[in-house]
Design a protein around this ligand. Structure first.
Ligand code: MN
Length: 246
């Protein structure tokens, strides 16, 4: 059977110095690519662009979508002024991500949001974020583990009767590279995983379409942690259903 095409939302990288200082490159981290390949999909990088017709064409072309990690989300998008703790934002990436998410959700294709991808999935659907974990009063776990991206450092507890539970069971170890987190979950979405200090670690859309966001980075773990590869295998299984119907 043909392999499904898995779109991966791209970002921009700017050279800090050297011969091409200030020059922009279109990119995704390579672990997204290797994870999709290992799970049986065709990775397809969707470049960050502003042309909505082209974004729509990309949404039509793919069978499933991964929203990648990266920049902080602009808090104006959920009605807050930026606080001092906010990190680097890229407003044109927010606009691209939100348009892409809405286009792919309209087409009822599966989506996996990762880290920033989970946060922007929530904001695109009307949810809000903590601009920094210090605003979540019970947070005591180190959610920015620094280094060792392919090593899992904290536990997440997974809600029964969820798509994520069917993949991972009642708990999992995960890595953690975030200082933002979901505050209010979007309408028609539910929280499906928490860390032990109550931080929201995963959400999913109610209903049959696979639209799941995780706060950690399974693509960095998928080589050493078989359960993390399973998340990509599930996305690809869902994308195969789209492929069969087209
Ligand atoms: Mn975490």
């Amino acid at each position: 059977m043909k392999k499904p095409i898995i779109g991966i939302s791209g970002s921009l990288l700017r050279d800090e110095d050297g011969d091409f200082a200030g020059y922009e490159r279109s990119y995704v981290n390579n672990d997204y690519i290797t994870s999709v390949v290992s799970a049986g999909g065709i990775p397809y990088i969707i470049p960050l662009i502003e042309d909505e017709d082209i974004i729509l064409a990309h949404a039509e072309l793919i069978d499933g979508l991964i929203m990648s990690g990266g920049h902080d989300v602009n808090p104006l998008l959920y009605g807050e002024e930026p606080c001092k703790e906010l990190g680097e934002i890229l407003p044109k990436r927010d606009a691209f991500d939100i348009f892409l998410i809405k286009a792919v959700m309209n087409l009822k294709k599966p989506i996996l949001g990762i880290c920033r991808g989970e946060q922007i999935l929530n904001v695109a659907n009307g949810g809000t974020l903590y601009q920094d974990l210090k605003f979540s009063k019970n947070c005591y776990i180190k959610h920015n583990q620094k280094r060792l991206p392919n090593f899992a450092t904290h536990t997440v507890m997974i809600e029964e009767k969820s798509k994520l539970y069917d993949i991972l069971g009642e708990s999992s170890l995960v890595n953690s590279f975030h200082h933002l987190a979901i505050k209010d979950v979007a309408k028609d979405f539910k929280v499906v995983a928490y860390s032990k200090d109550g931080i929201i670690e995963a959400i999913e859309k109610e209903g049959n379409v696979f639209v799941v966001g995780v706060q950690w980075h399974p693509e960095m773990l998928s080589k050493n942690y078989p359960n993390m590869l399973k998340i990509f295998e599930k996305l690809i299984l869902e994308a195969k259903k789209i492929l069969l119907n087209n």
